[in-house]
Design a protein around this ligand. Structure first.
Ligand SMILES: [Zn+2]
Length: 156
């Protein structure tokens, strides 16, 4: 496994455990060259989850695409790679549980919902890309909605 810090591909596994309710194995690895540690997830390759795009095109579900989107939304935010990987895993599981083809809108919404819990700013950024906000008004509306749904309820 290529080290994300120095690109050497000489590492050893320091810890293995089940993750995501047993559907994945999480491995902590230590790079032999720079001694940095990083995490990998191993899963059974599952076939067949198809995403139907807005254009009607069909493509295989791509977890990495979600991870890339989340990474750019979470740039400079306190959301680490493990959280991002976990969100992508959650989304994939939720989509597979539907037991049918899913739309790209469903994938986007599920990702948004999972991200909302983790980081508000990253959520709004992801929403702006995913929903294709055309102007600042859309943005403001989304922010108001966010404040409304996350504000603590006051006692009457
Ligand atoms: Zn390294």
């Amino acid at each position: 496994m290529k080290c994300p810090f120095c690109s050497a591909d000489d590492d050893r596994v320091v810890d293995s455990r089940l993750a995501e309710d047993g559907i994945a194995i999480r491995r902590r690895r230590e790079c032999a060259a720079c001694r940095q540690r990083f995490t990998t997830f191993e899963r059974i390759e599952e076939a067949g989850l198809v995403v139907v795009k807005r254009s009607g095109d069909r493509e295989p579900f791509d977890r990495d695409k979600i991870i890339r989107g989340l990474r750019s939304a979470a740039k400079n935010r306190p959301v680490d790679d493990e959280a991002i990987t976990a969100i992508a895993g959650e989304v994939e599981e939720a989509m597979r549980l539907l037991g049918r083809d899913v739309s790209s809108a469903e994938v986007g919404l599920a990702t948004l919902e999972a991200l909302r819990v983790v980081d508000d700013v990253a959520y709004v950024r992801f929403a702006s890309v995913y929903k294709g906000f055309s102007d600042a008004d859309d943005f403001a509306r989304e922010l108001r909605m966010l404040v409304k749904t996350t504000a603590p309820k006051s006692k009457s």
